[in-house]
Design a protein around this ligand. Structure first.
Ligand code: SAM
Length: 218
């Protein structure tokens, strides 16, 4: 098992791993491996767009060690669980609006004390900003029409100056009438207009054909 440029992420061949915060327990059926007494969880790029972004060559700056994070669109916590492995001492708030996804998320957070789930709509950050406070990492994967607006409003509500953000942009959710390239360009322009600098962009094919990842800094 080798270290990588992203602190806490390990690699063997093409496969990425994080150290399991809950030894012996799987979150989404992933492979567990023990090497010299340390248990690692395989980080599946077909299940987690963040793993796909790293494999697409994301720079070190996209995933710095953080003390607090806000994750929008946590679903059952697949990707979130790897952030929980990476940052055991952080407080990571996880927003999910679907009650059926929230139940498994809640169960995950009961076992992992660095996760704080919120049953809420990411389009209404004013409802949770007081609970979340100021964070140094913001992640958004909600596949909604106004992904740029949702990111901008959450950054304004909760992201620290110099904080980092990652947007998993699904161009087809924005509109099917314009090309994905045009939508990425427009989204970048809107985010930059709101004071978020884009310093990494990658297509997530072949793992996720419809998505482009953007790494940003406030
Ligand atoms: C693609 S899934 C997220 C997968 C997850 N990020 C992962 O990698 O493990 C998108 C999630 O966003 C949630 N979602 C969609 N719109 C939302 C909104 N406005 N506020 C909060 N969650 C939302 C959906 O219910 C769904 O669970």
């Amino acid at each position: 098992m080798e270290t990588t440029r992203w602190p806490g992420v390990h690699r063997e061949g093409r496969d990425l791993y994080t150290v399991n915060l809950e030894p012996g327990t799987r979150v989404y059926g992933e492979t567990l491996r023990t090497v010299r007494g340390v248990e690692y969880r395989l980080w599946d790029p077909f299940r987690s767009k963040l793993a796909a972004f790293l494999l697409a060559g994301a720079p070190e700056s996209v995933l710095p060690p953080v003390r607090s994070g806000l994750y929008l669109g946590a679903a059952h916590g697949t990707t979130l669980s790897h952030l929980s492995d990476l940052w055991p001492d952080a407080a990571i708030f996880a927003v999910e609006k679907s009650p059926s996804s929230f139940a498994p998320l809640l169960a995950l957070a009961r076992r992992r004390t660095n996760l704080f789930p919120l049953l809420a709509d990411a389009q209404l950050p004013e409802r949770y900003r007081a609970d979340v406070g100021v964070v140094d990492f913001l992640y958004q994967d909600v596949a909604q029409r106004d992904q740029a607006g949702i990111l901008r409003e959450n950054a304004e509500a909760c992201l620290a100056p110099n904080g980092r953000a990652i947007l998993m942009l699904k161009a087809r959710s924005v509109t099917q009438r314009r090309s994905p390239n045009a939508i990425v360009r427009e989204t970048r322009g809107r985010l930059e207009g709101a004071g978020l600098r884009v310093d990494a962009e990658a297509s997530l094919a072949p793992f996720s054909r419809d998505h482009v990842a953007l790494g940003l800094r406030r």
